[in-house]
Structures are given as structure tokens and as C-alpha cells.
Write a protein that binds this ligand. Structure first.
Ligand SMILES: *[C@@H]1O[C@H](CO)[C@@H](O)[C@H](O)[C@H]1NC(C)=O
Ligand SMILES: *[C@@H]1O[C@H](CO)[C@@H](O)[C@H](O)[C@H]1NC(C)=O
Ligand SMILES: *[C@@H]1O[C@H](CO)[C@@H](O)[C@H](O)[C@H]1NC(C)=O
Length: 331
């Protein structure tokens, strides 16, 4: 049984609740992250995978970390900015051998993971396994904090997803939960798709985006139904599709000069995903100024991610609704 007592903390002006030697700030909201390469902060560095699903080599990470952290970006990704806005530290990958704290949350995302176990089976941490890892963390937190406090932490926490719409139900079972989703990107506009456009026009492949659109129009309806059925279920969906499209249609409004071509890759629009020269193709080009680009490879640059994170944090219901993340964190 964890001992519970109140203690004034000296470093920040707050009252903390302590359990043994772990002190939680009052009103603490943790962040648990699930998903694919848009959210993977380095879990795939620790599994047996293919270079397609890895970003732990140069020039990934060059803008901020100065080393390849495993993120598919030149620097930070969306969840990193969200953690910052929520005044949390960077949320560490679950498989990081030096990280077992979990009080602020943890990141389970794995590049290449899909909602289905079959997606890149054997080479990624599929969503089912991510949820199994979450169960382990849940047990550890209960052990450390006691059942009641762990339950409070877990029900107050925000759960961020960049894939899947089915499996999070498992997470909901044990009480109130707050979920944030990223809808699907306009996939037909990624540089790898643009290079397939007929006549070399570099136009978006509308057929590819249509599937994402279909998914995106179904997602809020499913979530709305769940909200009606499940007590305490709160959610918000980020309109990643429209936010990225907006940046591609009005790049200069956001300070971008290049909306089509990736910063790192090869071929037309640097659309071949050879960034780093380890995915079969040795040659790759790197742009001169990454902050001018919307895309780093097939993933947004740090700068584009920051815009998206800002919209998710404090955007209006058109881009982030029914709540924005600032509101979800405060609930
Ligand atoms: C990783 O996968 C390769 C290819 O299947 C296999 O040869 C190797 O033994 C695996 N390594 C580990 C540590 O599982
Ligand atoms: C990169 O581009 C941005 C935006 O156009 C500009 O403000 C910045 O000075 C550029 N940096 C370099 C090193 O050229
Ligand atoms: C709890 O935190 C939220 C932001 O995370 C803040 O808006 C709210 O005022 C805080 N409540 C208390 C009682 O400190």
C-alpha cells in the first residue's frame, strides 16, 4: 500500500501528493502516445526492423537534436510540441532502456505500425502490442502509486493516437478517458505520390487522398456515437488533412517556400524515400534550408509539425474538435 501524504514542494510553487518517494504535482495530466511514424520518438531503434521503418541515422534529427533520435523529422514532431505546451518534459519511448518513470506518460508509437496487426508484421510494434505495453505500465503505476492514485492519473491523462480507430476501446474500459486523434493526411500529396502523377506535373494523386478522406469523414461519426454510449468518454480529432492541405495551398502564409518537394530524398520532388542513403538507394539530396519546406521526407518538417501542434493545442473546432487539447488537458 503506497503511503499517501501531502508535501509542499520547494522547486515549484505547488502542493504535491507523495507516494513513497514519488511526488505528483496536484492537477497532473500525463500524456500517453500511440501510433506510427508520425509519433514514433525512437521505439523502433530498439526492435529488429528494416531501414524503411527506422530514422536513427543522419540527416534525421539534424535541426534540433543534432543527432538522429529515431524521429522521422529533422527535429521535433507533433507530440513533442504538445508535451511542451502541456508543460511536460519530452515523452520518452517505452523501449528506451533508461526510462521507467511513466508519471508524465510514455510513448508507444512505432514507425510502420498500422491499426491491423498484419501491417509490417514482425517489423514493428503493432497497435495491439502497444496496448499490451500500456497494460504493463498501468500495472507498474498501480504498484507504485496505489490503485486509487493510479486510476486518477490514468483517467486524467490524455491519450494521443495517430492511427487506428478500433483498439482504443480497450483503453477506455476502466473509467473516464480523454482521447486525441490525428486524422489521415492528404496522402496523395506526399512527394512520393506526386512523382507518380501523369505527365510529371507533380499534382496530388486524388485517388490516394480519396481513401484518406473517406476514413476522415467516418472517424468523427464513430467517435460521436461512442461519446453517446460511453460515460466519461471525451475525444477530439485534429484535422491533419485540412491543416496540411492549407499549408500546401498557401505556403507563403506560413513562411514556407516549398510545398511539394521533400527536403530529404531523391528523384523528382525528392519523392524516393532514400533519405540517409540506407534504404536500398545510396544517393539522396538534402535541401539547403529545411525551414522553407512543409515536408522533410514523407513526414512534416519540425516547423510544419509545430504549426499542426499549435492548431491541435488551441485551434478552433474546425481544425480541432469538439475540444482542443488545451481544453482536454485541463478537464
Ligand atoms: C532480425 O531479423 C533478421 C532477419 O529476419 C534475423 O536474421 C535476425 O536474427 C533477427 N535478429 C534478432 C535479434 O532477432
Ligand atoms: C531559411 O529560410 C527562412 C525562411 O525563408 C529564413 O528566415 C532563414 O533566414 C533561412 N536560413 C538560412 C540559413 O538561409
Ligand atoms: C489544472 O491545469 C489546467 C491546465 O492543465 C489549468 O487550466 C487549471 O487551472 C489547473 N487547475 C488548478 C486547480 O490548478
Amino acid at each position: 500500500m503506497a503511503s499517501l501524504r501531502f508535501r509542499i514542494c520547494f522547486f515549484v510553487f505547488c502542493i504535491t501528493q507523495c507516494h513513497g518517494n514519488i511526488c505528483l504535482p496536484k492537477n497532473h495530466t500525463a500524456l500517453f502516445i500511440f501510433g506510427d511514424s508520425l509519433f514514433d520518438a525512437g521505439n523502433n531503434n530498439y526492435i529488429n526492423t528494416t531501414t524503411d521503418n527506422e530514422a536513427n541515422y543522419s540527416p534525421y534529427g539534424e535541426t534540433f537534436f543534432k543527432y538522429p533520435s529515431g524521429r522521422f523529422s529533422d527535429g521535433h514532431m507533433v507530440p513533442d510540441f504538445i508535451a511542451e505546451y502541456a508543460k511536460l518534459p519530452l515523452i520518452q519511448p517505452y523501449l528506451h532502456p533508461g526510462y521507467h518513470q511513466y508519471i508524465d506518460g510514455v510513448n508507444f508509437a512505432s514507425a510502420g505500425a498500422g491499426a491491423l496487426v498484419q501491417t509490417h508484421q514482425g517489423w514493428v510494434i503493432d497497435l495491439e502490442t502497444q496496448l499490451r505495453y500500456f497494460k504493463k505500465v498501468e500495472k507498474i503505476l498501480k504498484h507504485r502509486l496505489g490503485d486509487a492514485e493510479a486510476k486518477t492519473l490514468l483517467s486524467k491523462a490524455v491519450y494521443l493516437f495517430s492511427i487506428g480507430t478500433n483498439d482504443y476501446i480497450e483503453l477506455y474500459k476502466k473509467g473516464e478517458r480523454k482521447f486525441g486523434f490525428l486524422n489521415l493526411a492528404p496522402v496523395g500529396c506526399l512527394s512520393g505520390m506526386r512523382l507518380l502523377a501523369k505527365g510529371g506535373t507533380g499534382a496530388c494523386l486524388e485517388e490516394a487522398s480519396a481513401i484518406a478522406k473517406l476514413h476522415n469523414s467516418a472517424l468523427p461519426k464513430v467517435l460521436k456515437k461512442l461519446e453517446n454510449r460511453l460515460k466519461g468518454f471525451k475525444y477530439s480529432v485534429a484535422n491533419f488533412y485540412d491543416s496540411l492541405t492549407e499549408m500546401m495551398v498557401f505556403p507563403s502564409k506560413y513562411g514556407f517556400k516549398e510545398r511539394k518537394a521533400a527536403c530529404c530524398g531523391s528523384g523528382p520532388y525528392r519523392g524516393y524515400s532514400s533519405c540517409g542513403g540506407k534504404r536500398g538507394l545510396r544517393e539522396y539530396e538534402l535541401c539547403g534550408n529545411v525551414t522553407e519546406h512543409v515536408f522533410f521526407d514523407s513526414h512534416p518538417t519540425e516547423r510544419a509539425s509545430q504549426y499542426i501542434a499549435q492548431l491541435m493545442w488551441s485551434g478552433n473546432p474546425h481544425v480541432m474538435g469538439p475540444y482542443n487539447l488545451k481544453e482536454l488537458f485541463a478537464m
